[in-house]
Design a protein around this ligand. Sequence first.
Ligand SMILES: [Zn+2]
Length: 436
Amino acid sequence: MFVELEEPLSGDSTHTIAIQYSGIPTDGLIIGENLFGQRTFFGDNWPNRAHHWLPCIDHPSDKATIDFIVTAPDHYQVVANGEQVEELNLDEETKLTHWSESVPIPMKVAVVGVAQFGVRQAGEVAGVPVSSWVYPGNRTKGYHDYAPALEVLRFFTEAIGPYVYEKLANVQSKTRYGGMENASNIFYFEESVTGGQDHIDLIAHEVAHQWFGNSVTEGNWHHIWLSEGFATYGANLYIENTYGRDEMAKRLISERQQVLVFAKRSPRPIIDTTVTDWNRLLNVNSYQKGGWVLHMLRRKMGEVDFWKGLRQYYAAFKNGNALTADFQRVMEAASSMDLSRFFQQWLYQPGYPELAVEWSHKGNLLQLDIQQVQAGAAFDFPLDIKAEGPEGDELKWTVVMDRSRKTVNLPCGFKPKRIWLDPDTWLLFSADLQQK
Ligand SMILES: [Zn+2]
């Protein structure tokens, strides 16, 4: 659809256009019954379904402030982006609710939810109110399940920088996705309420998006890993901080397995400009492999520079748009490293290092013959190796794999009982390890 203007608008001034329209949207605003059989209305715009119900430029690079002024039967509560600035009973049956988002956001995360909700204020983090919006029949369980959003918000605020939106609402909804990170107004799938706080990692993923995806938004769909890879790794960072590194490593190992399987089926790079159906970008490359790229970048840059770089990237592109090259530039400045090969091999090339490794032990030397056998170019990466001796003693080394084949002799006084590759879970790879 397009609007034809009677006179062309001059390009050097601001214009206000009022568009009146009516109807039942075919998509974008989902009208239906929730799991209690109650009628509900939930915006669900990702990737570019907003234009089915809102006049807009439906692209992540076009960010705008937005007000939702909703008139609805008064038994509904209305939640939307930003801050509630007014609620008014218009007559015996009808209520007006006005939400105002003063921070520019992309249309993919600009929505309303209209339903019967129980609403609970969960608390506040650095002046930002956090609330839970759940179906009345799920009231007690739902408040309990969404309460961890408070701690998650505290973690990312302290780790990355100030949260930009007016509030954080956590909403039980009918989104088609597991969770949808709508700006300041996260929608979770209906069955996320269990009473057992079973989806803390999902909450962490969606809250991480408020920084990466919503505030710093990918300039176009092909760079979606800047949103999904960051949220996937963001959840891991929260899990690591809260439950320890072993819990994060378990997730990384399972995510690595998914990357390996997906790469065989779809040998494409993370930034895959051949894709034109944006839904196809909701794949393992954008999420799990993107997360793994950040994890390996953390190792490469070191703890201090990695976190410094993340904070600087957020500060530089907050409430704007970024592409992968922008992120690379910030991380290079933060670490004083040339990261061009790292970004090239992990983001613009498909696959991962597939290793064939043979080891033997003679005298006081452990010899390893390490070969990269994947199709395509060799990767450049550090490979950690650990050996365990008969008495349970351990030795560790790091081999810099800067070519396709390397034979190394490592000082090792005992005859190894067992050899590990990547014992501390830092590398996206597969290996066939044999004793010669
Ligand atoms: Zn996500």
